[in-house]
Ligand binder design. Sequence first.
Ligand SMILES: Nc1ncnc2c1ncn2[C@@H]1O[C@H](COP(=O)(O)OP(=O)(O)O)[C@@H](O)[C@H]1O
Ligand SMILES: [Mg+2]
Length: 428
Amino acid sequence: MKILVIGGGGREHALVWKLRQNTAAEKLWCAPGNGGIAAGAECAAVEAGDVAGLVALAGKIAPDLTVVGPELPLVNGLVDAFVERKWAVVGPDKKAAQLEGSKIFAKEFLQRHNIPTAEMYGAHDSAGAAYGALCAVDWPVVIKADGLCAGKGVFVAPNPDAATDFIERVMEKNELGDGGKRVMLEEALEGEELSFILLTDGERYAALAPTRDHKRVFDNSEGPNTGGMGAYSSDDLLPAQLRRTIKTTIVEPTMKGLAADGIRYQGFLYIGLMLTKEGPKVLEFNCRLGDPETQAILARLEFPLAAVLADVAAGRLQPDKLKWKAGASACVVLASGGYPGKFEVGKVIYGLTEAEKIADVKVLHAGTKRLGDNLVTSGGRVLGVTATGNTLGAALQRAYEGVGKIRFEGMHYRKDIGKLQQSSAAGN
Ligand SMILES: Nc1ncnc2c1ncn2[C@@H]1O[C@H](COP(=O)(O)OP(=O)(O)O)[C@@H](O)[C@H]1O
Ligand SMILES: [Mg+2]
């Protein structure tokens, strides 16, 4: 089998790592890939958002299967272009990807199908209307930019001044670009967050191992939001009763709702949940796997990924093929100095070989590139040190042992991955 993976972060490195372990996967490409992915796949210099460039690349290498990592190509219609040409691809089409591409579209979907979610106060396409709407909300209020904003589009505003400031930055100064043209105001929920990710062929679905990520840059969930500083997976995250509740109140109504709306959703569907006192409620949908959740999830994979993904693309998923290693896994992200603000790149990375000598440790690359004989940093999030263990404690211990072997100038990371984080502290 020839497989093309789209994207170039830690999530895509994890996909390439596991697709490689499958004997059916003979040849792998990745666009654009990174310095670590290059060890397992041939990297092609096409950006993930460039639909025309990716169609041209796939036309040339003729992969048997294409797996899309990030949201941008999905929202830009990459899958539509592939399906039109009858090329096998894993990921939702443009219409289905609106579940992530528009938070207002997602909220209206949730409301229409009576799926538990935060109450929406209103959606606005002018700053004036949004300021006006602040008179009639409870505090704190959650303000969400409608479109794709790379994790910067949501603000839990504690008071009217902070809310006004955010709306001004998003809607008047256009700091988030087109993603901020419309905003939605919604009720603030309290509880712990949980990522619940499905793999579906449009009809059947299977749940992946449950995960939780850590978004704030510093320990105790302090400091600004990031793309994710770490994640862990453990079956304890999802007791049987909670799993049943999520299945009956959220997953099944979502699958039925998609069918009723004529949306054929194929690929990974990420459901961000808040576990409130009233039960689980949907915070958001993502139309792809999470990063760094994927690193933790795939570390526990015990099935041939390439074969199962080929089944998804062909519309014949067999959910009971997805098997997960018992126990737990953890991924600790090593970031560049200054991240998530301005950061420097080009720092030489040391200690990777020593880290990977530790049993059950895998270092997944997010922002690295080869420079001569060296591997150097090339992004804000640089590496995800990922480990498995019989217990979460064992997985964390191994992951941090691996972290201890690695160094580059300015490197920083959280020391509390795997500890419970309260959502009340998130989102600012
Ligand atoms: N209704 C809400 N109540 C409380 N916190 C929220 C709410 N919606 C979002 N958040 C917080 O903001 C974070 C980001 O929001 P989310 O909807 O996941 O958007 P995105 O991931 O696109 O930035 C969430 O992980 C959560 O911590
Ligand atoms: Mg989110």
